[in-house]
Design a protein around this ligand. Structure first.
Ligand code: NCD
Length: 326
């Protein structure tokens, strides 16, 4: 949302508690405080109750979401669409920018300034870090970052945290292990930052060349979050309350040989899970490409499909909030 004369566009949300996110962009997890998260999750639970009771309702009747995706998406795009439609609103889907004026060379600022003439909120996924912030500088309407390259994926982190809360009943006191492509995975970048608002221990398990970024590790140090980096999952699995598995992000590799060397670094099988805690929560943002075997899907600890459903409720909550209806 571009600045106007009376307010700066990116005030921390806490400074506008009275308006509860109305008109706000959602760009990165650093804009949230713990109280904001409890509020969002409370609204998400209300959304779940309403969906279970009546399926869809008219809270956002007449509102339009522009869904602008410059990178592939199954869950994020469709859950925002489902969220908007369950709230009675509608969606302009631009998921193949190839067929839009982007292919004629239109800039991101021009594309968002065009879409906001028709829509009330824009959900944007883009391959470049910082794209959502750039769009927000130009747009008058709220921009929701649905992933900016290897940067952040704040709405995924919110739904991941909501999954942890709903599945474990708490966040404080948990040991959470993030596994896989920790260098390029934007979901883990946002999630670790969000978790650093709680009293958690974090483990990072990855091949050396896909290690978690030093910059975010330094942020964790500043916040006093204990963390360990490992190469072998076995070293931390038995003491993990949550295991968050990620895909090796093929599209971020310049060197196909490097990708081939690391792509199968970890595969979660029933045999491996046998060494995990009986109540551990096994998560994955999806899509998976082999890092969790399908035989694991029937294990009650496998939460990744429930995680998707939690995502729709969180996105319903966020849309209602930024459009001033929650
Ligand atoms: C993730 C993403 O796009 O970053 N997918 C998603 O939004 N659920 C994870 C991934 O692509 O590996």
């Amino acid at each position: 949302m571009a600045a106007n004369r009376t307010q700066s566009p990116h005030l921390p949300l806490g400074d506008r508690r009275d308006t509860a996110f109305y008109g706000q962009d959602i760009l990165e997890v650093a804009q949230f405080r713990r109280a904001d998260l409890s509020y969002i999750f409370g609204v998400a639970r209300e959304m779940r109750e309403m969906v279970e009771r009546i399926g869809s309702f008219d809270l956002l009747k007449g509102k339009i979401l522009a869904s602008l995706f410059y990178e592939p998406s199954t869950r994020t795009a469709s859950s925002f669409t489902a969220a908007m439609e369950r709230l009675g609103g509608s969606v302009i889907p631009i998921s193949e920018v190839r067929y839009s004026s982007v292919s004629k060379g239109e800039s991101l600022p021009d594309t968002v300034r065009s879409l906001e003439c028709y829509a009330d909120v824009i959900v944007l996924r883009h391959p470049e870090v910082g794209a959502a912030k750039l769009a927000a500088r130009y747009a008058r309407k709220p921009i929701i970052n649905a992933g900016d390259g290897i940067g952040e994926h704040p709405t995924q982190a919110l739904l991941d945290l909501f999954t942890i809360v709903e599945e474990s009943g708490r966040v404080d006191g948990l040991t959470i292990t993030l596994l896989g492509d920790l260098k390029n995975g934007r979901t883990v970048h946002s999630l670790a930052r969000l978790l650093s608002m709680y009293d958690v221990k974090l483990n990072f398990v990855s091949p050396e060349s896909l290690a978690f970024p030093d910059k975010i590790l330094a942020e964790l140090d500043e916040r006093g979050i204990p963390w360990e980096a490992h190469r072998e999952l076995e070293e931390v699995l038995p003491r993990s309350d949550v295991l968050y598995v990620t895909r090796v992000q093929k599209e971020r590799f310049d060197d196909p040989d490097h990708y081939a060397r690391v792509k199968d670094a970890y595969v979660i099988t029933p045999e491996i899970l046998a060494r995990a805690r009986p109540q551990m929560v096994l998560m994955h943002p999806l899509p998976r490409v082999g890092e969790i075997s399908m035989e694991v899907d029937t294990d009650p600890r496998a939460a990744y499909f429930r995680q998707m459903e939690y995502g729709m409720y969180v996105r319903m909550a966020l849309l209602a909030m930024v459009l001033g209806k929650a």
